[in-house]
Design a protein around this ligand. Sequence first.
Ligand code: UDP
Length: 322
Amino acid sequence: MILVTGGAGYIGSHTIKELLRDGQEVVALDNLSAGHRELVLCPEFVEGDLADAALLARTFRRYPIEAVIHFAAHTSVPESVANPRKYYQNNIVSGLSLLDAMVECGVNAIVFSSSAAVYGDPVRVPIPEDHPCAPKNPYGRTKLAFEGILHDYGVTYGLRHVSLRYFNAAGSDPDGEIGECHDPETHLIPIVLEVAAGVRREVQIFGTDYETKDGTAVRDYIHVFDLARAHVRALGALEGGTAAPAYNLGTGRGYTVREVVECCRRITGREIRAVDAPRRAGDPAALVADPSRAKRDLGWEPRFTTLDPIVATAWRWMLRRR
Ligand code: UDP
């Protein structure tokens, strides 16, 4: 059985769907601070917080857990700049509580939700996994610090671990069953689509003076369904002892903020008001993955390689929710 922390969140809930499709048994754990119970498709659900060591010990005793996929974390770059202690507390201190419970209960395999934010401003693009890591914001620092902790727990306690460094997760379940629900929303694509849906007046374009083709920031948007599939593969590689410590998960292709807005206009057929705004603190100019290691080791390749189906699935979900 697989324990999925943060199983009621965006990427966690989509990964549970893929694990179930793969025939795995799953128990989800989530404190529902940002997650939604109705997104959890597995029958076993534990409501609680990773900081609660007694709850973790009970959970590991109650279920025959062989491996953990650890999503539970705060995920907003701007919020981490405004409130770093919240990020260090949850993403590191609560994460350590999980690792200690695993060591104590003899569960020795973990797939960790890491981020391209560990790299900071890239010195070369696309970014391979051995690119220097110099995060630009507290969020990225929590992810890099936790990767370091996993390394040390691996050396000393025999914890098998793999960190998946997501580029920009986007889109929703192609079946339309589950999707992205952040409140408040801070991510670009759902914000642009909220403007299209009429629930937001305009989108601000944060930074128009970057050294990119149109001056706006470049990101590698990866469909959440493809991310979910990568977790199933990573788990297999971890169990088979063939996983590298870290994998980039992206498409290898970047889009500017203006290109995202344009794509959303085209897919929705709606007007979308966009206004130029200053750069957002902590934002690198361009983050694009070199995903070749994941292809080679995990046999993983994204099925959605362009922005259109990412925006289309996100839009369909937004229309369904409203
Ligand atoms: N962005 C923007 N307007 C918004 C939200 C985001 O211009 O309302 C930009 C943001 O500055 C970044 C890119 O869109 O360059 C992607 O931001 P997001 O928050 O979606 O993901 P991040 O790359 O920060 O993880």
